[in-house]
Design a protein around this ligand. Structure first.
Ligand SMILES: [Zn+2]
Length: 455
């Protein structure tokens, strides 16, 4: 009698913390693309099966895609607000690897009580240079750290702080050469040497075009630095296809976001250098977000004094499509959001690739798009950050970071005028097995996200 009851209890007791039933499971690492049930236990994927399974909680994924959660290698913001935006877009890991931080330990300490999604940061050359050279810029350098060559002592101090950041667990090294035009080749060589010596990937916003790419390819070749070129779409513009061909033969990695306009601070060196002496028709590439007006000489000067983010319409649909469709590019948002303003890529990058580039224009297959959102970014980092071997996959033993979406309806909604609109079709998002989006709605007050950090 007693044993009979025990066996009956075991047969009926839920076996898993949570199960996802009847979805089309797509795992770019194994190539699995089939209807399966997924069981989650202790934040990990415990089973992927055709058998019936049960759990304490059930997600019905009939008609939906069940994919590894999206990993964003280039996510500015890194606030509770931007984590909410990105979760709604299917992102389960948001990494700030370009701009980074000057103080890695403090950056993680601020977030380590837990966040909505997983987070991580680079030790950022731009930010370190600002600290060492006492630049007054709030986000980007606007004075010495942008325009002045560092002294040999300052270069020593910059490299020392980069090494300190790596020892504190930075995921990678970040750099942005358009933001620091005063940095000499000697300084960049010292920076790339740290990447070569430690084999930490260096994520670089390069100077524009083929010449900018040649510069960093030469630095990487000389120092054996593992190079990742950020947003090839906006650094490449009309030269994007040629630059992708160069990247393929050089065995470096890159990324792209699916928008024809960029965004950065109007007072930054990258904007000032490009537009300070430009004619009015070139200035009209810029849009001031609060009003939607295109700039001219007078308004450019006026808004530079005010400061703030500027939308830059400088790319074409065909170049962005080439960047998004290339097998070389990870999808990375370059999420940009400050003081209630930002770029629609913050809220719509992944849904736009799935809805527009995959479903509407067939620029790439669904499995390939998922590979570029999950496995590819995980692989970029896993040599230095072994924890990434458990992300970007939907397999037994992987972290249960999972994005479940409707391939028939998924699409972004944000625009340059209304950049805060959540996409549609992203139905459920799990971070380490816990829902952060449920039935298309954000789950409030949960913090399953943990630090992604090098050991
Ligand atoms: Zn950038």
């Amino acid at each position: 009698m007693f044993f009979g009851l025990l066996i009956a209890l075991q047969l009926t007791a839920p076996a898993y913390d949570r199960v996802i039933l009847g979805g089309r499971v797509m795992d770019p690492a194994s190539g699995l693309d089939a209807v399966r049930n997924v069981g989650i236990q202790n934040g990990r994927v415990a089973i992927v099966t055709t058998n019936a399974i049960s759990g304490r909680d059930t997600i019905d994924a009939t008609g939906l895609i069940v994919a590894p959660g999206f990993i964003d290698l280039h996510a500015h913001g890194q606030t509770p607000e931007t984590y909410r935006f990105q979760a709604a877009d299917g992102v389960t890991t948001a990494l700030e690897l370009e701009l980074g931080t000057a103080d890695v330990a403090a950056w993680y300490r601020e977030r380590d009580p837990g966040q909505l999604i997983n987070y991580g940061v680079s030790i950022g050359h731009i930010k370190v240079r600002m600290a060492v050279m006492h630049d007054s810029g709030a986000v980007m350098p606007v004075a010495d750290a942008a325009y002045r060559a560092a002294t040999p002592a300052e270069i020593d101090e910059i490299t020392k702080r980069i090494e300190t950041g790596l020892r504190a667990g930075a995921v990678s090294i970040g750099a942005g050469l358009t933001y620091t035009p005063g940095a000499t080749r000697d300084e960049l060589l010292a920076l790339f040497r740290v990447a070569g010596k430690t084999q930490a990937s260096i994520h670089v916003h390069i100077l524009p075009g083929v010449a900018g790419l040649q510069e960093v390819l030469a630095l990487a070749a000389e120092t054996k630095a593992p190079l990742h070129v950020v947003h090839i779409n906006s650094s490449g513009l009309v030269e994007t296809p040629q630059m992708l061909a160069m990247i393929r033969t050089a065995h470096v990695t890159t990324e792209a976001y699916p928008y024809t306009a960029g965004m950065t601070e109007i007072q930054s060196a990258t904007i000032q250098d490009l537009y300070r002496n430009a004619p009015d028709e070139k200035l009209a590439e810029m849009e001031w977000p609060p009003t939607g007006e295109r700039l001219n000489r007078e308004s450019f000067t006026r808004y530079t004094r005010i400061g703030g983010p500027i939308v830059v319409h400088s790319n074409s649909d065909s170049m962005v499509t080439a960047a998004i469709a290339s097998p070389l590019t990870a999808i990375a948002s370059d999420a940009y959001w400050r003081n209630g303003q930002g770029h629609p890529r913050t809220t719509g990058t992944y849904a736009k690739v799935l809805g527009h580039y995959v479903r509407e224009i067939h620029a790439l297959s669904l499995m390939e798009a998922l590979r570029k959102m999950t496995l590819l970014p995980a692989q970029r980092l896993e040599a230095r950050v072994p924890a990434m071997r458990h992300k970007g996959r939907l397999q037994v033993g992987a972290d249960a970071d999972i994005t479940i979406f409707d391939p028939a309806t998924v699409i972004d909604r944000s625009t340059y005028r209304e950049p805060a609109l959540a996409p549609i079709g992203i139905q459920h998002v799990l971070v380490r097995g816990a829902p952060v989006v449920s039935n298309g709605q954000l789950v409030e007050g949960v913090t399953p996200g943990t630090a992604v950090r090098a050991p």
